[in-house]
Design a protein around this ligand. Structure first.
Ligand code: ZN
Length: 676
């Protein structure tokens, strides 16, 4: 429930460039389909000690070794399809210049970007712009030894028969995560978390494990596939010796090296506990690890590596594999320390009903980090903020760690400069100037507030289950965190604490939020579709609700100029009042586990799209040729060795294209069989 994704809107920034300028650094790397690939810098890596560099290097290797796991989690046939396309891409001796081959290459790039055949965000299957006959022809022309035939009796035809319907039959595996109310969410979702079981069976299976009186419940089902075997429902655990063992063993190997160069004992314990968890699959160990991890706040270097977020499962039970390796940005962290130190003040002053507030806000630790390596579900598409762990009781008893990935937001900002977005979508010069002046700063602040306070605020009433809101839970949780951030961005306390320069700055964030939630984020949705993804639903929910409820007082308007629709905010203070009202209601829904109210809010405001505005926004976007989604290539770490094979230094390189990186990863980190 805890990843902040960058909004589709970009803005011109006014932030000075980072230290350690790299000569000829190019933020923009590649552009295809609805995607753009950027590159991020790792400023200050050079200033770390050799041991710290080694630690980052070993953790980075561990971050890449799990790559295949995510492909397989996203769909059973993803690894076979990716490897077949890669084999064709690298070996096809026929005409590589024609349209079909180019379309197939684009399709492969999309598979790389999404870690599978479904759109990384919309989760529907993309359509190949080449036909099945062409695909079969090129595959058959490749020597069998180059093709992924293991698991298919070494038979090309058998392999093709398995994957071509998956790629070309629109109806098969159409949606990775289906959230459509009233359908069997498990049977109709194409992910590989479940096989041969119905939603009812899944509910029953996990209901039996849950004890409503358990104050420290395990995250049941988090690290396993649930399937039927000989008519019996069984869990296949992801661990050494279990499912995905080959990749997990590699991860563990690098973690063992990392433990040897840990910065301190606390960090060593964290790493060893994670190894223990990977070796046993024991969810109690995972909780122990999470507590050690959240309590290690002193180390400069930090990392996430494991089965963490549950967005890929419509029921929010199974976690996808991900990794982020990072180190603290000491200067910028001062900002989040200020926020955390005042966490209790924010909790006490929030417009939420007292019963749903925390008496004492526990250890919200927040920091600004520099991402050094992204892996699994954090790559190539990347969060800009992370708040973990996810288990509610650990958050309440031990606190949570919240981070903002500033070198990532900076790359977004730099790459967006001068792209014409603000000229096209912002109502007037006054708003544009304000966004130019304060947009980057207020955006970062909103992310900080969302992560370090929003997710950590409030409490469930006794007996309310963390999963009570079911498929609406993720949207409500994101809305809660966003509203908390929006509400306080406009508080004079921000200026008092030196987090914003004046009472004008928050208006930049309010304007961008409304514009994005009502209009510009629609560019990410195909015409005719509704909004599915939790963060997008949350943004539209908030924007539409504020718009509708402010109508009588004309708080926010949609105005037309030369046939184009714009957001106009007439009364910023009143808008803040509405945000406070909605925050109070959303917190009530979460705290009471009011499923019907959650459903009603999300379905009324967060899902449906006005087809005319949708079409207009898509056209205006197309004219600007801005990609609606962005992702990143990673840097490359190159160790230098002495004659005895000891690492003497590690260099960071920014020299790979997207294709080069994906081809290299496929070669170096191909750890799993085609079928698992
Ligand atoms: Zn969030």
């Amino acid at each position: 429930m805890t990843t902040t994704l960058i909004s589709s809107c970009s803005h011109e920034g006014d932030k000075p460039s980072g230290t350690n300028e790299v000569t000829n650094f190019e933020y923009k790397v590649d552009r295809f389909a609805d995607l753009e690939i950027l590159r991020y810098k790792v400023p200050d890596f050079e200033s770390l000690t050799l041991n710290q560099k080694k630690l980052i290097y070993f953790l980075s290797q561990a971050a890449l070794e799990g790559r295949d796991i995510l492909y397989d989690q996203n769909n059973k046939y993803n690894l076979t399809i990716r490897r077949t396309l890669e084999a064709v891409f690298l070996n096809y001796a026929g005409d590589r210049k024609n349209k079909d081959f180019e379309e197939m290459t684009t399709y492969l790039k999309r598979v790389w970007f999404s870690n599978g055949i479904h759109h990384h965000y919309a989760t529907d299957k993309f359509e190949p712009n080449f036909n099945q006959a062409y695909f079969e022809m090129v595959v058959r022309s490749i020597p069998a030894s180059q093709l992924p035939l293991e698991g298919y009796d070494n038979d090309v035809e058998k392999m093709l028969k398995a994957i071509t319907p998956v790629m070309f039959n629109k109806k098969l595996y159409a949606k990775r995560v289906n959230q459509t109310e009233g359908e069997d969410l498990i049977k109709t979702s194409a992910n590989n978390y479940y096989e041969g079981v119905t939603e009812k069976e899944v509910d029953a299976f996990y209901e039996k494990m849950r004890d409503p009186n358990d104050s420290t419940p395990l995250s049941y089902g988090l690290n396993s596939k649930l399937m039927k075997e000989n008519g019996k429902i069984v869990e296949k655990q992801w661990k050494v010796g279990g499912m995905y063992s080959a990749a997990i063993e590699k991860i563990v190997g690098w973690l063992e090296k990392a433990a040897e160069v840990a910065e301190n004992d606390a960090q060593k314990k964290v790493i060893n506990s994670l190894i223990d968890y990977y070796e046993t699959g024991d969810l109690l160990t995972f909780d122990e690890y999470s507590i050690l991890w959240v309590e290690d706040t002193e180390s400069r270097i930090d990392f996430v590596n494991g089965f963490i977020e549950t967005y890929g499962d419509p029921l929010g039970i199974k976690a996808s594999w991900e990794s982020v390796v990072n180190f603290k940005n000491l200067e910028a962290t001062q900002r989040t320390i200020t926020i955390s130190q005042n966490a209790q003040w924010f909790e006490d002053h929030s417009p939420v009903d007292k019963r749903f507030k925390k008496d004492s806000v526990n250890g919200v630790t927040a920091k600004v980090i520099t991402a050094a390596m992204l892996g699994g579900d954090c790559h190539p598409a990347t969060p800009i903020g992370i708040n973990l762990p996810n288990a509610n009781w650990i958050r309440q008893m031990h606190g949570s760690k919240s981070v903002t990935l500033e070198n990532i937001t900076e790359a977004y900002d730099k790459a967006a400069q001068g792209n014409g977005f603000n000229e096209e979508f912002v109502w007037n010069d006054e708003e544009r100037e304000r966004i130019k002046k304060y947009g980057y700063q207020s955006d970062n602040l909103h992310t900080d507030l969302h992560e370090c306070l929003g997710h950590g605020s409030g409490q469930l009433l006794p007996g309310v289950s963390q999963d009570a809101l079911r498929a609406y839970g993720a949207t409500i949780e994101e809305a809660r965190a966003d509203l908390f951030g929006l509400y306080y961005a406009a508080d004079p306390k921000m200026v008092e604490l030196g987090l914003l320069p004046n009472m004008e700055a928050y208006k930049a964030e309010y304007y961008k939020y409304m514009m994005n939630g009502m209009l510009t984020q629609l560019t990410r949705i195909e015409l005719g579709n509704n909004i599915e993804e939790a963060h997008m639903r949350n943004r539209q929910l908030i924007a539409q609700w504020v718009y509708e409820h402010g109508k009588t007082n004309n708080v926010v308007e949609l105005k037309k100029k030369e046939g184009k629709t714009f957001v106009v905010i007439n009364d910023y203070e009143a808008m803040r009042g509405l945000i406070g009202e909605l925050l109070a209601e959303i917190q009530r829904i979460k705290s009471e586990g009011d499923f019907n109210a959650a459903k009603n809010l999300v379905e009324t405001y967060g899902v449906k799209v006005d087809p005319e505005i949708h079409k207009e926004i898509r056209e205006r976007y197309a004219a600007l040729s801005i990609a609606p989604y962005k992702g990143f290539v990673n840097p490359r770490y190159e160790p230098e060795y002495d004659n005895s094979g000891n690492i003497t230094d590690i260099r960071v390189r920014y020299d790979e294209s997207f294709v080069q990186q994906m081809v290299r990863y496929a070669k170096e980190y191909s750890n799993l069989p085609n079928l698992n």
